[in-house]
Design a protein around this ligand. Sequence first.
Ligand code: PEP
Ligand code: MG
Length: 319
Amino acid sequence: ERERLSRLKHTPAVTLDGQKIELLANIEQPEDAAAALKAGAVGVGLFRSEFLFMGRSGKLPDEEEQYQAYRRAVEGMQGLPVTIRTVDVGADKPLDRGASRAGEDHLNPALGLRAIRWSLSEPSMFLAQLRAILRAAAHGPVHLLIPMLAHASEIRQTLVLVNRAREQLDNGGMAYGHVKLGAMIEVPAAALTIPLFLRYFDFLSIGTNDLIQYTLAIDRADEAVSHLYDPVHPAVLQLLASTIEQCRAKGKGVSVCGEMAGDVSLTRLLLGLGLRSFSMHPSQILAVKQQILRCDTTRLQAWAQSVLAAEDPAALMTD
Ligand code: PEP
Ligand code: MG
């Protein structure tokens, strides 16, 4: 089976009705670019930069160290786009104690100072990361992705800092490249205010891992409630469907980069909801592609609408 799958590496991901599907890789280290290419990914849809910041007692990577890491990822992808997400620390991805406030105990870390909230509370750290990403973009196509946004004020503050990072590089005479700007949709508040995000961003990426957690109030890491962590809960599906639809209506790129994207049992549903870009662990890419090659999206569209309207969508998933 694995051999059969590996023959699909160079096969374009196109459905029976001719829809081209973009299959991207999620990576955690620059060196993972090799696995992404080997699996036939057409780019990196999510580079979780926080892995450069974790497991380090005290000293976080400075601009130069980050620049070198991002540049290795960009060069490793040989001209294919690399989506670099700014740090998503806190909650299930804590920094080491002493490294920052995000490493402290909080009653509700998933609702606390994590991701963009942490970055905005540490502007000099954030600016260093933004400069490093912009500099890496001089070596190949880079998309800059911001996690956990929920408020218009956070969006505006973030964009001010991105512009400031560019000014700092200009003033220092440093080379940098153009980046497309994207926001993660992983908080229900964001999924319910998509027009706001489409005003400010070039593309959106749906983080279903957190979107499910926050929509259903289920801690994604808590075994005691894992039976209630349901990717096809009607509320989750509605948020997904409306986000995808609004992006497509405005001609903006939208992908899913949570675990749902790499789950072959959900490929048909996501295609039926209009999704055309999936980002997943490299090990899932060929299996998802195999599924895509058998799909007819015109048929899946009507079926997905009935799943969306069902009291118990999971019961329809095997149709
Ligand atoms: C997500 O929340 O779906 C996501 C891709 O981000 P992470 O899993 O890194 O929180
Ligand atoms: Mg997330």
